[in-house]
Design a protein around this ligand. Sequence first.
Ligand SMILES: Nc1ncnc2c1ncn2[C@@H]1O[C@H](COP(=O)(O)OP(=O)(O)OP(=O)(O)O)[C@@H](O)[C@H]1O
Ligand SMILES: [Mg+2]
Length: 283
Amino acid sequence: MTVIAASELVKRYGDFAAVDGISFEVAPGESFGLLGPNGAGKSTTMRMVGAVSTRTSGSLTVLGLDPDDYGPEIRSRLGVVPQQDNLDNELRVRENLLTYGRYFGLPRRLVAERADELLQFAQLADRAGAKVDELSGGMKRRLTIARALINDPRILLLDEPTTGLDPQARHILWDRLFRLKEQGTTLLLTTHYMDEAEQLCDRLVVVDHGRIMAEGSPASLIRSYSTREVLEVRFGSDRNADAAAALAAGAAAPHESGAALEPRRRLPAAHRAEPHRMSAVIA
Ligand SMILES: Nc1ncnc2c1ncn2[C@@H]1O[C@H](COP(=O)(O)OP(=O)(O)OP(=O)(O)O)[C@@H](O)[C@H]1O
Ligand SMILES: [Mg+2]
């Protein structure tokens, strides 16, 4: 049983394939991530799953339904947190929830009850009457998540839920999302951050240029792809050539050659002798 099944999913804009043959399946209650850099095709994939963008080819079912044929049914059963908050700035915080709830044709009293519960859940009860403009970025993100939950969805799509938030706001959001997961909500989320994927995802795919580059649990991906030590070194631009040559030649560690300005931390001697362990970030 899967709640989302994508097979060889493709989205083209003209000749350009934003999503170029992606396949994945998400089980009920699972938390599944799409991890990748800018332009990888994450939001494009999310929009197809959310039945707001049609696919060019491949197959896709959400809750067993094809978005091409059952767009409204799928949309009514999903919660969606888009990459850019699209709250109604004209309305106050609680009104945003009430208005959104009525789009789903839910009875007024039920929506009001849920709105109050969700304001508690999002730790915004004391801001119920505030204007959206007066909220901080993290509060807006929590309100957008609360709004996405007004129809009590079984699947929540979250496009970069914590980008731009400070560490404390991220942790609060992680905690809220973890609670939803514990209640059995299926999460499909995108992120740029492996630490976020590690916190929230049971499984993930790493996407780049519209294709899947790797997949597995966060722990298995970290085991397979990360080295024990990564040293980032930033060089002054006039010394790039010397520093790169020193690294390539496996000569003394850059800070010993005098080429590096500030290695972020010193490694034991054994590591200094192994330049292949070092990833140099040349500014
Ligand atoms: N409507 C569109 N028309 C043309 N190209 C598009 C359109 N939407 C997205 N693209 C292109 O598709 C590619 C994937 O975009 P997408 O927004 O899915 O990336 P992303 O992984 O979400 O990136 P980010 O991390 O920056 O949000 C990009 O090269 C983008 O320019
Ligand atoms: Mg995106």
